[in-house]
Design a protein. Structure first.
Length: 133
């Protein structure tokens, strides 16, 4: 997609697919959207993140204390600037201690989990989450 969103028609050849010089419209406004790869922590996933992506989208935050430093090491060995790595835990139920811990790990953004509920319950939970903004 990054090749298709380039200003000029751009070709792409990869290991499993290729696209002749083409464009895609509409193009993203501003910078190209970031690419976050989701999945369970492991050497193969972290290698792909370091090679192709802007960061990692782990489900929840269990184990980040151990896994984020490993991902950072893989990222830096791939020659990527440490400050560019984005880790965005998904489906997080927030608490002050949890969010502070994530911040200590360099996490600056989370996607919060909402319950599968009716509007009144969702609004109540959103009001609770507002305390964390």
């Amino acid at each position: 997609m990054r090749a298709l969103w380039a200003a000029e028609p751009t070709a792409y050849t990869g290991g499993t697919a290729s696209v002749r010089a083409s464009c895609a419209y509409p193009k993203p406004a501003g910078a190209a959207p970031r690419t976050l790869i989701g999945g369970g922590a492991g050497p193969q996933l972290f290698a792909h993140i370091a090679e192709y992506a802007d960061g990692w989208l782990p489900v929840g935050g269990r184990g980040l204390t151990e896994t984020v430093p490993v991902l950072r090491e893989v990222w830096e060995k791939a020659g990527r600037p440490p400050e560019d790595l984005q880790v965005v835990p998904y489906a997080v139920i927030p608490s002050p201690g949890k969010l502070a811990h994530y911040a200590d790990l360099g996490v600056t953004e989370v996607v919060l989990q909402l319950p599968p509920a009716a509007e009144p319950e969702i609004l109540r939970v959103l009001d609770e989450y507002a305390a964390f903004i």
